[in-house]
Design a protein. Structure first.
Length: 197
């Protein structure tokens, strides 16, 4: 049973990486110079109608990725319990199910954001939420890894993942705050109603 969980976790992690890579060909915040021209060529000026339609599609992606109020309460309860959700038992199973659901939601959001048209006017919001969904999916995937092995290390740094999670969660929250501010400014500039869940 443990190997089946490890295999599922490996598949989820691989899925996030593949989706992020595939989507990055159409939209990559860290694109090397060789593909920067391709992305720049695909960015165009949008009409007011195209901008409004872009926000309709983008808002739908956010709604699908967002936690419901019940899920948010469940996540807050689990986080408040700290390391106890890492111990065997019902809480660990509930935490794994929630984390798996989050990874899947954010993976789908990365794919959907990669499929949105690239408009100069919405590019800061597009780039920000693409980065947010990618980072969130990777973060929650790493939470799953830590649940299965407290001593698992980050393959790129060799450092324990557990020691990085709280800082990465705070960085993700900071990124979310920044993007929401940019989102608000762009909407105000083009007369697009505020996002509502």
């Amino acid at each position: 049973m443990k190997s089946a969980k490890a295999l599922t976790l490996t598949k989820l992690t691989a899925k996030i990486v593949v989706v992020a890579l595939v989507a990055s060909f159409g939209f990559n915040v860290n694109c090397p110079a060789s593909c920067a021209g391709q992305i720049a060529a695909s960015v165009k000026q949008a009409t007011p109608a195209e901008i409004k339609q872009w926000f309709v599609s983008y808002d739908q992606i956010r709604r699908q990725a967002q936690l419901t109020p019940n899920e948010r309460q469940e996540a807050d309860n689990l986080i408040s319990k700290g390391l106890s959700v890492l111990m065997p038992g019902e809480e660990k199973i509930v935490a794994q199910a929630l984390l798996t659901k989050l990874v899947n939601k954010y993976t789908q959001a990365v794919t959907a954001m990669g499929g949105l048209p690239l408009y100069a006017q919405t590019l800061p919001v597009h780039r920000g939420y693409f980065q947010y969904f990618t980072s969130a999916g990777q973060l929650f995937s790493d939470y799953l890894k830590v649940q299965n092995d407290l001593f698992v290390v980050d393959q790129s740094t060799g450092q324990p993942l557990l020691s990085q999670l709280m800082q990465r969660k705070q960085q993700l929250a900071d990124l979310d705050t920044q993007i929401k501010q940019v989102d608000k400014q762009v909407r105000a500039q083009f007369g697009v109603p505020a996002y509502q869940y």
